[in-house]
Design a protein around this ligand. Structure first.
Ligand code: PLP
Length: 462
């Protein structure tokens, strides 16, 4: 299995190198050259299997010869062993035909653990075999960073630096990043918003001297390995609801488009997905775009669902690549226009996008009201991101096709928004009950490439 860049000017890589590299050297994102297919029989055979077995069968064709079957099974076992639920991604029912996939039972209580825990184990296995070490730098709106730190803490061949927007992550998110004591973990609070963090991260990857000197590796949602890990729960959820004999729809609270793009990959592999619904908060560039208004950046307006507060949705480039029939030149051109503020999408590409994705948006008031309503109707406490999903999903329900809304974080990760909506303060699971008492360790840094690169070189483990 080979991986190619969406901008067409980076080397073609195998799975291991695409994963270790993250961002392609031409600024593009790696995608598989072809999408492996699963037949209806293959999908039917997943019914009743443990999550780990489904993960093995769904991801195996994308890995090529990089890991042996035994190695890959062991990686998957270790990745999900720390989850607080035996089903890993359990479904609960909200209403007739509407289900919630609880993706928040991992160590940092957000769905990003599904991908990050797997990536941590894959990096460890690959680097140990090569006798190599890397510096992981990630930008986070909150959940990626804590998930990355949790996945890489204490690994001897990795330093992990996480950039988050100072003052713009929740206290639980911040403490999950600043309280690990391992020397290879470095939390950096940067002046600016999440898009600034993401832009400086891209700058670091485009500074080839720095990139090579510290052996930079990325685990942001652009990393193909993360998208791949997220494909699995689309299969496990759909099969539990009757696929391949019955179609299933999904609603995905969306920021960087990684999670919903994984759903698109599942569909391309053969999973009978009826609708993929992109749910945004008031930062609705994706909803505007999918409604035919072009892709034009605005200002990020902080919301109660901060992990979706973005204006530049990095994985959307992968969707564009396919919508433009894999024309890397066209994608490179669009991305250049994006640097100047935005771009319009050709009619043909728009038709392709609208054949795969529908979209909706939830305002702050609607999000909060949804948390209140869902608690009253079902007893389920939603985090604000999941509430955006449930609200938008309700507009798309079809009695003939079950809908699965992805619950992306545990309510205790966003206790203020949940408390404001319900007067209930959701408790942290007992395994992290002392989080508020642990000492914090963080470095404040300016929104400046030079300041960042010298700080990182200075803090590297020797
Ligand atoms: C990251 C995140 C999202 C958005 O996921 P993308 O893959 O960036 O679209 C939604 N909800 C929560 C809780 C998240 O952490």
């Amino acid at each position: 299995m080979q991986y190619i860049s969406t901008r067409g000017k980076a080397p073609v890589l195998n799975f291991e190198d695409a994963m270790l590299t993250g961002l392609a050297r031409d600024g593009g994102l790696y995608v598989p050259q072809t999408i492996p297919q699963m037949s209806a029989g293959d999908i039917a055979a997943l019914a009743g299997q443990p999550y780990e077995e489904i993960a093995f069968r769904v991801m195996r064709p994308f890995i090529g010869g990089v890991f042996t079957d035994d190695e890959f099974r062991a990686i998957i076992e270790r990745a999900y062993a720390g989850f607080g639920h035996a089903a890993r991604a359990p479904l609960v029912q909200l209403a007739p035909g509407h289900f919630l996939a609880e993706l928040f039972h991992g160590p940092t209580l957000a769905f990003k653990d599904f991908a990050m825990q797997l990536i941590g184990q894959m990096f460890q296995t690959a680097l140990a075999r090569r006798g190599d070490r890397v510096t992981i730098v990630g930008a986070t709106s909150g959940d990626t960073g804590s998930a990355a730190i949790e996945a890489f803490r204490g690994l001897s061949n990795v330093d992990v630096f996480i950039l988050y927007p100072h003052g713009r992550v929740s206290e639980v998110q911040r403490r999950q990043m600043t309280t690990p004591t391992e020397g290879n973990v470095h939390a950096l609070a940067m002046d600016g918003d999440f898009d600034d963090c993401q832009a400086r991260l891209k700058d670091m990857f485009n500074d080839f001297a720095f990139r090579d000197a510290v052996r930079l590796a990325g685990v942001n949602s652009i990393n193909w390995g993360r998208v791949l890990a997220q494909v699995v729960y689309y299969f496990s959820s759909a099969v539990a609801l009757g696929a391949p004999h019955r179609k299933v729809s999904f609603t995905v609270p969306t920021g960087n488009f990684g999670d919903v793009f994984a759903g698109y990959i599942a569909k391309r592999m053969g999973l009978p997905i009826d609708q993929l619904v992109v749910a945004t908060n008031q930062n609705d560039i994706l909803h505007r775009c999918l409604s035919g208004q072009g892709y034009h950046k605005g200002q990020v307006v902080p919301s109660i669902s901060p992990s979706m507060d973005i204006q530049v949705s990095s994985n959307f480039e992968r969707a564009l690549f396919d919508a433009y029939d894999r024309d890397a030149g066209a994608v490179a051109q669009l991305m250049q226009e994006l640097g100047k503020g935005g771009f319009d999408i050709s009619q043909g590409a728009m038709q392709v996008l609208q054949s795969h994705y529908v979209s909706g948006r939830a305002s702050e008031a609607q999000t909060s009201a949804q948390i209140t309503q869902t608690l009253a109707a079902t007893g389920e406490l939603l985090c604000p991101h999941s509430a955006v999903g449930v609200k938008v999903a309700q507009e798309q329900l079809n009695p003939a096709v079950p809908m699965v809304t992805l619950a992306t974080a545990h309510p205790a990760k966003f206790p203020d928004a949940v408390h404001a909506a319900t007067a209930v303060r959701p408790p942290l699971p007992s395994r992290m009950a002392d989080l508020y008492d642990r000492p914090e360790r963080v470095t404040r840094v300016a929104n400046d490439l030079g300041a960042l690169t010298s700080l990182i070189k200075g803090q590297l483990s020797k």
